[in-house]
Write a protein that binds this ligand. Structure first.
Ligand code: ADP
Ligand code: MG
Length: 345
């Protein structure tokens, strides 16, 4: 028999690093948090620059409210937020951030620098962070209104995570999905995505429309077949808006873009339900392009189901999914019958 192990408490730094690795599993998770922060700050233009799929360098520049210089000292500590003060607020939260954990997490697993200026400040301020704390005194400097956050060498101190990540190209694909999704959902905000020193890959103008941004990001073959759907179900506190392709379009992979209360999420059950409706109309193993924006009573959505906040759960799921299915079904039926009548004429 071996000697028993000696039980020791992990250092706070290691505990924080482990927690951070759960929230940020890949560069696109970090980017999603940063985009949500920029949107919370009412930015109307967001520029993202990436090196090596975000593993080496990930920068986001916005023209939002900026961060007050007095707040820079604590902004990267865990559980510091300008958005939530009481637990009860969680129930009615309508901003994206709610736990004050994103910047803290990132600062535990990357080199993080903030350059920010509020509308009333005379100059911008720059601050670098490590493990939630300032690395050096905050420096006044020149800069535009808004916030620029630079994340370098993500996972530099998380060896296991770095190994499990795929190629920079694959990480970049995830980044494109996140930027593409948020630009479609927030078509009033201009989004730019580029690799450092290269041409832009995504550029949507300010005050664009959903369909126009689908065209920019997914191409005209999808955009020209889109139909808008809308549904209000006061009894379920459900409101749905979206764009779905008609039966003329099909693709072997398909795209499902789902936002619940303005957060990009995934729901296997909604995905399956949508596929089952289209199955009647599309060739075998073919899929549609579907963008759905669901607004549910925040009290009925469990935002804490997973640290990455990706797969969501919500109350009255079965009833809500039935409503979504019949809404899509009737839209497809109406367009299918016009097509039949058209060919008969
Ligand atoms: P949360 O979003 O949950 O509050 P974060 O760690 O994401 O937590 O951000 C902490 C705080 O930093 C926010 O509450 C906000 O006050 C400020 N902040 C972060 N990013 C920005 C930004 N791009 N513009 C303005 N303020 C920001
Ligand atoms: Mg946040």
């Amino acid at each position: 028999m071996g000697e028993p192990g000696i039980i020791k408490k992990l250092s706070e730094e290691v505990v924080n690093r482990i927690a951070a690795g759960e929230i940020v599993q890949r560069p696109s998770n970090a980017l999603k948090e940063l985009i949500e922060n920029s949107l919370d700050a009412k930015a109307t233009n967001i520029v993202i620059t990436v090196k090596a799929g975000g593993l080496k360098y990930l920068q986001i520049q916005d023209n939002g409210s900026g961060i007050r210089s007095e707040d820079l000292e604590i902004v990267c500590e865990r559980f510091t937020t300008s958005k939530l003060r009481e637990y009860d607020d969680l129930k009615e939260i309508c901003t994206y951030g709610f736990r004050g954990e994103a910047l803290a997490s990132i600062s535990h697993i990357a080199h993080l620098t903030i350059l920010t200026k509020t509308g009333t400040a005379k100059c911008a301020y720059k601050a670098s962070y490590e493990n939630g704390k300032l690395k050096a005194p905050i420096k006044p400097c020149a800069g535009n209104n808004g916030t620029q956050i630079t994340v370098e060498d993500l996972f530099y101190n998380v060896i296991a995570r770095k190994k499990s990540l795929r190629s920079p190209n694959e990480e970049y694909t995830h980044i494109m999905e996140v930027v593409g999704g948020y630009s479609i959902h927030n078509s009033h905000v201009g989004f730019t995505l580029k690799k450092f020193g290269e041409n832009t890959d995504i550029k949507t103008p300010m005050n664009s429309s959903v369909i126009e941004n689908v065209r920019i990001i997914h191409g005209n073959a999808i955009a020209r077949e889109l139909m808008e759907i809308e549904l209000e179900e006061p009894t379920l506190k459900l409101s749905l808006k979206g764009c779905i392709t008609n039966v003329n379009y099909s693709h072997k992979k398909g795209t499902m873009l789902l936002f619940i209360n303005h957060r990009l999420v995934d729901s296997l059950s909604i995905r399956k339900a949508v596929d089952s409706v289209y199955a009647t109309y599309l060739p075998k193993n073919a899929h549609a392009f579907v963008y759905l924006s669901l607004e549910l009573d925040p009290r009925n959505v469990d935002v804490n189901v997973h640290p990455t906040k990706h797969e969501v759960q919500f109350l009255y799921e079965e009833q809500i999914i039935e409503k979504i299915k019949s809404c899509i079904e009737s839209k497809l039926l109406s367009c299918n019958s016009t097509r039949v009548m058209y060919t008969q004429a």
